[in-house]
Write a protein that binds this ligand. Structure first.
Ligand code: AMP
Length: 189
């Protein structure tokens, strides 16, 4: 299955993504992780991405799209994968659609993990990541609202969107995700 996982920073998407790839036995393609790795490796991409990441802004589309397309070309993605944190802009979503069309693949489901803003700020400020100072947190939430939220409508119009509540214990949240994925699997049969 090819699944796109969308959610604001602080929604618990990282934790749930790990559980979902374990459950479905598909590769986990997290653009945040890939970009952090590129920085550690001090690659050209890492250097280009650094200032955007530190400011809580999005890395330019063309850099991220190229990185993802390369990764999707890998054989291990032949039977699907979980796209976590990508696409994050309409441009990225459209370029992804182009790529999938060219390769005769389609998205099976788009999962939105939804948590209210006040709850997100409460959760994020409680964390101690370097880029999670309060103003950066606000910045990341604003970027999500302005640039990523429009994707929900984009995918909803294609009949692909499943919204899952991110409140409650991780087990409860995962159960909702599992149900949504299983419903898609049944519908595809
Ligand atoms: P994440 O761990 O998914 O929150 O990503 C960390 C940071 O990496 C983000 O705040 C962005 O600066 C950058 N990033 C990750 N994925 C993308 C993407 N699809 N498009 C642009 N920037 C991204």
């Amino acid at each position: 299955m090819l699944i796109v996982f969308i959610g604001p920073p602080g929604a618990g998407k990282g934790t749930q993504a790990l559980r979902l790839v374990d459950y479905l036995r598909i590769p986990h393609l997290s653009t945040g992780d890939m970009l952090r790795q590129a920085r550690k490796d001090e690659s050209e991409l890492g250097r280009q991405a650094a200032s955007f990441m530190d400011a809580g802004r999005l890395v330019p589309d063309h850099l991220v799209i190229r990185m993802v397309a390369k990764r999707l070309d890998n054989d291990d993605c032949a039977h699907g994968c979980l796209l976590d944190g990508f696409p994050r802009t309409l441009e990225q979503a459209q370029r992804l659609d182009d790529y999938l069309r060219e390769h005769g693949i389609h998205i099976d489901a788009v999962l939105e993990l939804r948590v209210e803003d006040e709850e997100l700020i409460r959760r994020l400020v409680g964390r101690h990541r370097a880029d999670d100072a309060l103003d950066i947190v606000r910045q990341r939430l604003e970027v999500y609202s302005a640039q990523t939220r429009p994707l929900l409508n984009y995918y909803d119009l294609q009949g692909l969107l499943d919204t899952v509540g991110g409140q409650g214990a991780p087990d409860e949240v995962f159960e909702r995700i599992r149900e949504a994925v299983e419903a898609r699997r049944q519908a595809a049969k």
